[in-house]
Design a protein around this ligand. Structure first.
Ligand SMILES: Cc1cc2nc3c(=O)[nH]c(=O)nc-3n(C[C@H](O)[C@H](O)[C@H](O)COP(=O)(O)OP(=O)(O)OC[C@H]3O[C@@H](n4cnc5c(N)ncnc54)[C@H](O)[C@@H]3O)c2cc1C
Length: 388
């Protein structure tokens, strides 16, 4: 039987933060879009439960967030997600500005509503891209697991791991020492009456540090944090896991819980749910026409072909020191050139957007936050729509 073939202007592979905004921006520009998602729902890793803030929308420092760094599709999606003007709703944490939102379910529902409202987006879920065909540097065909074939004028790889680029034969680099993965569980009925929510944010690392020092839990488990979930006594215990610990994430969570349950604030508390699987912070990266460097980020370097601006700090999650931040100068931003979205081999009709663009691991540790991934999706879509 002949496979079913669909033609479109823009095919977007992966419906995480980058893919959602890429599809919306391309559709708003009049393109017929096919958005292909391997999973059952849209939203990517940000719908697993650990995310409550969109990072990377604003410059750092200042008494107010100031002008957003990104384009209209990104900011409009964020406005809908947060339920109001991002500049008004942003909150300051240390030197950076974050946009709160109501969590993974809210993100998936918001994205699904926005996509459903766009008649020129065809959303395909539960059907991963499994192959890509090329002629020269032109991507001619995308094959899905179901057998469906897409023939796009343009394709954008928003798989978070450069999976489509890899299938199309582009070079993809994997980090030698990947950042610690995220894992966690949601807790209800913790007693905040003595300390208040900030108290648990201090108490949890304190209890775990004591347990780690006593040899009861592995040292990396002392980096776990408490993130309030919006209701009294409810919050997420967020774990950071080195590569060797990822395969037994649940056992690690159980150990942490056994320590916390001994302390009065958690004596009556219960677990509501666990994150389904550990969330990788770092996977493959496209080796593009330009590889963004650590120095480009920290020196706030600009580029003539910059398509996105970023001011999020370099956020490293390392086994020996937990999370650390290195900041750009206050009020500054660096550019991300289009060449970081383009596979090597000359201009073609496919781009990479989101967390897996071409960048050194340290630079990637700055630009992989949701706000920047959305902006990269938007920039890629605009490039597909631009006259040749
Ligand atoms: C533990 C953790 C906590 C974080 N916290 C925050 C935070 O609080 N705020 C923030 O801004 N950022 C946070 N980040 C970073 C941020 O969530 C991600 O880097 C960002 O969401 C990545 O978006 P993306 O669209 O590039 O990729 P993803 O979200 O990974 O989306 C990729 C999508 O592509 C799909 N896909 C993959 N392969 C295929 C295929 N072959 N065919 C079709 N579809 C495919 C996947 O199913 C997925 O839905 C966090 C990251 C981690 C790991």
């Amino acid at each position: 039987m002949k496979p079913k073939v669909e033609r479109c202007d823009v095919a977007v592979a992966g419906a995480g933060a980058a893919g959602i905004v890429a599809a919306l921006a391309a559709a708003c520009g009049g393109a017929r879009v096919v958005l292909i998602e391997a999973g059952a729902r849209v939203g990517g890793i940000a719908i697993q439960g650990l995310h409550r803030f969109v990072c990377g929308l604003f410059r750092n420092g200042g008494a107010r967030p100031g002008e957003p760094l990104h384009g209209s599709a990104t900011m409009e999606f964020c406005r809908r997600l947060a339920g109001g003007d991002p500049e008004q709703l942003a909150v300051r944490r240390g030197r950076v500005w974050l946009l709160p939102f109501a969590g993974g379910e809210a993100l998936a529902a918001c994205a699904e509503a926005e996509i459903a409202g766009c008649k020129n987006i065809q959303l395909i879920t539960g059907d991963p891209v499994v192959r890509a065909e090329r002629a020269g540097n032109g991507l001619t065909e995308i094959g899905l697991a179901s057998g469906l074939v897409i023939q796009p004028a343009w394709a954008i790889d928003c798989t978070g791991s450069a999976a489509l680029c890899r299938m199309a034969g582009a070079q993809v680099d994997w980090p030698e020492r990947p950042a610690m993965a995220g894992y966690g569980f949601e807790v209800a009925a913790a007693d905040e009456s003595k300390d208040g929510p900030l108290g648990l944010a201090l108490t949890v690392p304190y209890l775990l540090r004591q347990a780690a020092d006593a040899g009861r839990i592995a040292p990396h488990l002392a980096y776990a944090t408490w993130e309030p979930a919006g209701k009294t006594g409810q919050g997420w215990i967020k774990l950071a896991l080195p590569a060797a610990a990822v395969s037994h994430a649940r056992e690690q969570a159980d150990l942490v819980w056994s320590v916390l349950k001994e302390a009065p604030p958690f004596a009556q508390a219960r677990i509501l749910r666990h994150v389904p699987t550990p969330l990788a912070r770092e996977t493959g990266h496209l080796r593009g026409e330009y590889v963004l460097t650590e120095s480009d980020v920290l020196s706030a370097r600009d580029f003539p072909d910059a398509v996105v601006r970023n001011a999020w700090p370099i956020e490293r999650w390392e086994e020996d020191q937990g999370v650390s931040y290195r900041y750009l100068p206050a009020g500054q931003a660096h550019g991300i050139p289009l060449r970081c979205l383009r596979p090597q081999g000359g201009p073609g009709n496919w781009l990479c957007a989101g967390a897996a663009i071409s960048a050194e691991p340290a630079a990637a540790a700055s630009l992989r936050v949701m706000g920047v991934c959305m902006a990269l999706g938007e920039a890629a879509a605009r490039h597909c729509l631009a006259p040749a």
